[in-house]
Design a binder for this molecule. Sequence first.
Ligand code: ADP
Ligand code: MG
Length: 475
Amino acid sequence: MQKTAASSWGKCLEFIQDNIQPQAYKTWFEPIVPIKLTDTALSIQVPSKFFYEWLEEHYVKLLKIALTQELGEDARLVYIIKMENTLGSKQPFTESIPSSQQSRVLAQNVEAPLSSLNTELKNPFVIPGIRNLQIESQLNPNYNFQNFLEGDSNRLARSAGYAVANKPGGTSFNPLLIFGNVGLGKTHLAHAIGVQIKEKYTDKTVLYISAEKFTQQYIESVKKNTRNDFIHFYQIIDVLIIDDVQFLSGKTGTQDVFFHIFNHLHQNGKQVILTSDKAPVDMQDIEQRLLSRFKWGLSAELQQPDFETRISILKNKLYRDGVVIEEPIIEYVAKNIKSNIRELEGAIISLIAQSSFNKVEITLELAKEIVEKFVKNTKREVSIDYIQKVVSEYFQMDVETLQSKTRKRHIVQARQLAMYFAKKYTKASLASIGSQIGKRDHATVLHACKTVDNLTFTDKQFRKYVEDLNQKLTL
Ligand code: ADP
Ligand code: MG
């Protein structure tokens, strides 16, 4: 009978199955697809590069025996790696194969979605694994250490970041968690570390990703049944930077998968860098086992910059943009915008823009106008605690009453309003809102939001409550 890829691989599998644990067989051999057989070379498709490396490391002998039995002494195995484009960019995975092994072939796979890229690797029996995987880092080179100005407010975080950048995985700062309020430089510093590592260690695989995008990719992978590929992909990264991990709050599935990826990376001496808008102790709805891992390394805070640092950040920005503004104006801006570097930059940019569009000089008056708008327009961050306080004060009850289990109508309404405003004014998930307002579940919060919507529509008195509270919260 004529041998085919499927029949030969079937024979190999019989042998392999007899020789390894059922679980290992299921994990590492069932996902393999036989693709083609030419003479003595069998091509098989594996789900990821990690998979290929694993097979090579653990099962290469077994594979060789099986294949030799089936195809003779000259038997050869060719891996085809199927990779998912999980990054959304055009071609995130590029195999870099040393030029001595020129036979880089992109396998045609008509049925594969556009986003998947197949790369054929040469025979692992002859050529050792190709470790030089290149992944688009998603780093922004404009966020670097040179333009991340140092001050008391960021000294610890900056120098920890610097140490990590010079010895990724080799310091006790693993993971390095950078936390602080919005606009204080978390994203900038996280990129700077990655950028520096790429410069110093060109062969290290660095990946920057926001926790939000990570979550989307994960959900996508579950939908497409490629969860394992997702995990394998993240497990081969040397330096993983995840921005805004507070986003994972309440997302148990993503937390779970991240936990496994984290453990794998950490055990293998890979560097993990995280940023968050809260210190680990204040993080809501993040599993305990993850939180405890976050604390393994170093948590470094970015604080509000002091006046001097704000001045030097402004001057540095002006210098880089080639703009000259008089000292008193710079001081005025720095004095009045304190809590957020993004706003500080924003104010100076609109100052420059105003003056050049309207062809007017940059004067202190213009600066005052703009700063005033800035300070007014920037919505104060409203916390769930604050919302509960405002709502319970309004209804003249204390927060414990608002959170209590009672079914008394006016208390239930107050609680529902607090949930509704928490949904409206914070980024917290339904689950997180529920757990902070009297330990309710997400369905209760969802119900509360709907009820408030309905009552606002049908009940005049209730609409007044909503309007009053709205005003108090946005003041
Ligand atoms: P976060 O991620 O904490 O919200 P970003 O990293 O986005 O904040 O920083 C906001 C802006 O402030 C960015 O444009 C960044 O370049 C700038 N910035 C923050 N910290 C510094 C610093 N120490 N020196 C210079 N610019 C800074
Ligand atoms: Mg950020």
